[in-house]
Design a binder for this molecule. Structure first.
Ligand code: ZN
Length: 233
């Protein structure tokens, strides 16, 4: 049997975009729903709530994209500068670097002679690659693409933020606050379960965790909003 039949897809390989997408949708639901709850508690009209929702969606999606881009880029910069430093070290002290790599393999359980042999062969094959993986811990497949991460965050934030907007548009004005709240809680519970399903962890735990934090945020902004309550004339 050929080895290529045994290439299972590991969860970690899709964790970059999955993490960004779930965080984005999560933020979209929590922040926009909380915003609406705060405004509703202050006595704002349905129309004001809708405008608030649109503004929240746009500002949130933009800031998520910028934040995600910057975070991935700065991680990339750190890795690049580490690799540059390692490349210089390899050039200046090849013997010390070979010894360093050998010791890493010994500490991982290889016998000294075998560790030396492995380190020598890997150094001949791709010295920087071996040091990047085994010494620094930089792997090709865990690096996220900054543009892809930014777009995915913005798109998923918008998907999350559209839910409270639909709740405002589709419910009668006396029910707006309640239907936004219920939509928020139900969609957070579903999102938590979905992300745990993809990550192959407990769906109940993931769902409860995300929902509890969401309810806390909504309750807090609702309370703050009620402090500013203005009775409509
Ligand atoms: Zn090294």
């Amino acid at each position: 049997m050929s080895l290529s039949h045994h290439q299972e897809l590991h969860v970690i390989q899709r964790s970059g975009w999955l993490r960004a997408a779930v965080l984005g949708a999560n933020d979209g639901i929590i922040s926009v729903t909380s915003l609406i709850m705060g405004m509703a508690a202050s006595g704002a009209s349905s129309q004001t709530l809708l405008v608030t929702c649109i503004a929240g969606l746009i500002s949130g999606a933009t800031s998520m994209a910028a934040g995600e881009y910057i975070s991935v880029k700065s991680q990339e910069d750190i890795e690049k500068s580490d690799l540059r430093f390692e490349a210089t070290e390899l050039e200046k002290n090849p013997h010390a670097e070979l010894k360093e790599l050998t010791e890493i393999y010994i500490s991982r359980g290889l016998k000294p002679e075998l560790a030396h042999e492995v380190a020598t062969q890997l150094t001949e094959h791709d010295a920087l690659g071996a040091h990047a993986r085994d010494e620094i811990g930089i792997h090709e497949n865990t690096a996220a693409n900054p543009i892809q991460a930014a777009l995915s965050s913005a798109a998923s934030f918008s998907c999350g933020a559209v839910l409270p907007m639909l709740a405002i548009l589709l419910s009668p004005s006396s029910w707006v606050a309640r239907s936004v709240l219920i939509t928020g809680i139900v969609s957070l519970a579903l999102l938590g379960a979905l992300s745990s399903y993809f990550a192959r962890t407990s769906m109940l735990k993931g769902s409860l965790r995300i929902t509890l934090w969401g309810i806390l945020a909504m309750a807090f902004s609702s309370w703050v909003g009620s402090l500013f309550h203005v009775t409509a004339i």
